[in-house]
Structure formats: C-alpha cells, structure tokens
Design a protein around this ligand. Structure first.
Ligand code: 13P
Ligand code: SF4
Length: 362
C-alpha cells in the first residue's frame, strides 16, 4: 500500500540558483570556509552546496545596488556569505536610516525590517522571511498601549524596539538593549511605563530604584526566558570546582536573577565585542547566556582560543531566513517580502525612534 508522505512546506517556492563552473564554486566555497571559520560544521563540501546561492545573491546586490543588513542571530552563511553589515538592533537601525542605497534587504525578524522602513520610508525595504516574528513583538498591541496610557495619564511610555510599527506609533520613545538604562533614566518625571519585556522592565525597576517608579508589562523573549539564575549559578559553581575562571555574559532580555550572576550584561554586539576582548586578555572561559548566533560570531571573529561553555538557545524566528529566501527577494520579491506600512503609523513611529537616537546620543 502506498502512503502519501507530507511534503515539507516551502511557502516561497523552490528557488534554484544560477549555474556556475566547478572552478567558481570551489573558489567561493573556499572563501566561505575561510570567513565562517567553523570547518567541522561548515565543511568545504557543504559550502560548495551553498556557493551558487551566495554567488548569485552577491551579483544581484551589486546589479540592483542593494544594501543587505543582517542581525547577528542570522546563520553564518548569511552573516559572512552575503551581508554588508551585521550588528545589533540599534546599530542596524542607524545603518538602515543612513544607507545611501535605495533598496535595503533586512535579513532578520519582521520588527527590524519595519524599523528600517519607518526610518527610511522612501526606500524599498525587503524582508525575505515574512513569517519571521518575535515573541516580544507579538506580546503587545497598540490597543494595549492605549489602555495603559488611559490608566496612567501623562506618564511617559518607552517601548523596546522589539515591537510592531503600530506599537511604536503609540509611545514616546523606543529603546534597545544597548541604551534602555540611559534613556529610561533620562526621561522626564518620576514615573515611566516600559513595554513589553518584563525582564528588562524588572532590570529597570532594580536599577532606577529610589529614582523612578517603573510600570511594566508581561511580555518576554521565548529564547532568553529559558535561562534561570539557578542554572547559571550551578554552572558557575561546577566551573569553579574544576578550577575554571568562568566569565558570564548575558543579554538583558534574561531574568533579573540571571543578570545578577553575570559579569557583563549587554546587547548582542556588546557581548560579542566583550567576549573577544576577554579572550585577548587571557580570560578564555566564556559563558554566553543568549542566542546561539552570538557564539558563532565570536568563534569566527577571534584569533584567540576561546572555550565557549555550553549555553545556546536558538531563536526559531531568527533562524527562519534561508539563502533561498534572500535570493528570491532579490530576484523578484513577493508582496509579503516588501515592507508596507500606513503613512500615519510611519510618521508617529518615526518620532519615537528619533527620540531614541536623540536620547541615546546625549
Ligand atoms: P540586540 O539589539 O541586542 O541585537 O537584541 C535584539 C534581539 O532580538 C535580541 O534577542
Ligand atoms: Fe524575539 Fe527573542 Fe528571537 Fe530576539 S531572540 S527575535 S527577542 S524571540
């Protein structure tokens, strides 16, 4: 009896890259292995299979004058194979705003591509994986913010950048993981509404204790919420028993008890730079409490022998994007791959992002 096996869904169709000569493919595969620097996981043979995609994407980028930016949590083939710039959400927002190119392809989750569109409304912003969302941005709606404003009239509202354009349009200022403390501290008044990340909100409550009351919301990042202070403490104890001087670095989307056990707290880019710095200074045992892409970048970008200990949780949203999706968006984007936003939403959301840049650079 025959049985119909389910076919793996591929909403964007099967994209077949151009055909290149064996010589060109081998040369590109060699380049990829050299930049990715993980020869066991990204072997020369594997890189040969992705080479036609990176080759065609890089050709199309040049022909169409596209600026391709990627968040650090994207996979190494994207980060090192085709991206013009890779960083955290604050730096990438600025780069999207300041790019000379009229076409931006944002390889990341939806809210980051929306942010690029808000900051550069006249540019064509492509988002190759329309279904790539974020648990934080999905945790709150514009109506939720309006309700909070009604409940606490006159209290300034700050939102984490991991929110939809509609939510950004309702708040006074946006913040990112690299500036939330500074911006929230400098906002006028002795009260503040912070949405949607409850962990970052609790961190703000602890840091601004005695200075400001912080009203928080209950969203969370499904990736960083998985770490607990108890687990981090037990890893630290085990390391110490083995005579290892462990440096713990964590992202501020983690719970307060995780942050308490951490030596360094920072944005994805800060964690990468600090890990590399620690390695140079001889602190070779690093624990990265964040998404796996951070460790991929550290491994590729340091010359020092680093022992990156165990913690890695993958963001399924960030890892949705494939080279095939990027190729399709560059060749002929589907309507879902083009970011379109309401004009009024853009204007209002831009003002909260402009406020972020103003406060962050004070
Ligand atoms: P960064 O701004 O630190 O890159 O954070 C974005 C994000 O989504 C982390 O989960
Ligand atoms: Fe959102 Fe968390 Fe994924 Fe970042 S890691 S995109 S906050 S779900």
């Amino acid at each position: 009896m025959s049985m119909d096996l389910p076919v793996a869904p591929n909403p964007r169709g099967n994209v077949i890259p151009k055909v290149y000569s064996e010589y060109v493919i081998e040369k590109e595969a060699l380049r990829l292995t050299e930049v990715i620097k993980q020869p066991k996981r990204w072997t020369f043979e594997h890189c040969k299979t992705i080479a036609p995609y990176t080759l065609e994407i890089n050709e199309l980028k040049k022909d169409k004058d596209v600026y391709l930016i990627a968040h650090s949590y994207q996979t190494p083939d994207i980060v090192y194979g085709v991206a013009d710039e890779v960083s955290d959400s604050y730096s990438l927002s600025k780069s999207a705003r300041d790019a000379e190119q009229q076409i931006i392809l944002f390889s990341s989750v939806r809210f980051m591509a929306e942010t690029a569109k808000i900051l550069s409304p006249s540019k064509l912003v492509l988002h190759p994986s329309p279904e790539a969302g974020c648990s934080l941005s999905e945790s709150i709606t514009a109506q939720d913010v309006r309700d909070l404003k009604e409940k606490y009239p006159g209290v300034p509202v700050a939102c984490y950048i991991n929110t939809t354009a509609e939510v950004k349009a309702e708040v006074d200022v946006c913040v990112t993981s690299s500036n939330y403390l500074k911006i929230c501290e400098n906002l006028p008044g002795d009260k503040l509404i912070f949405v949607p990340d409850r962990f970052m909100g609790e961190h703000l409550q602890n840091s601004l204790q005695g200075k400001k009351e912080v009203i928080i919301y209950d969203g969370e990042c499904e990736v960083h919420a998985l770490f607990t202070g108890e687990k981090v403490l037990s890893w630290k104890e085990r390391a110490s028993e083995a005579g290892i001087n462990l440096q713990v670095l964590s992202h501020p989307e983690c719970a307060a008890d995780v942050l308490e056990e951490s030596d360094i707290i920072g944005s994805s880019e800060v964690l990468i730079k600090e890990s590399i710095r620690l390695g140079k200074e001889g602190f070779n045992n690093i624990m990265l409490i964040t998404e796996c892409g951070t460790a991929d970048r550290v491994m590729a970008e340091t010359k020092d022998e680093l022992n990156i200990i165990g913690t890695c949780v993958m963001c399924r949203h960030m890892k949705t994007t494939l080279l095939e999706d990027i190729l399709q968006a560059l060749r002929e984007p589907s309507s879902e791959q083009i970011i379109e936003l309401d004009k009024e939403v853009i204007e209002k959301a831009k003002s909260s992002l402009d406020e972020m840049f103003r406060y962050a650079e004070l």
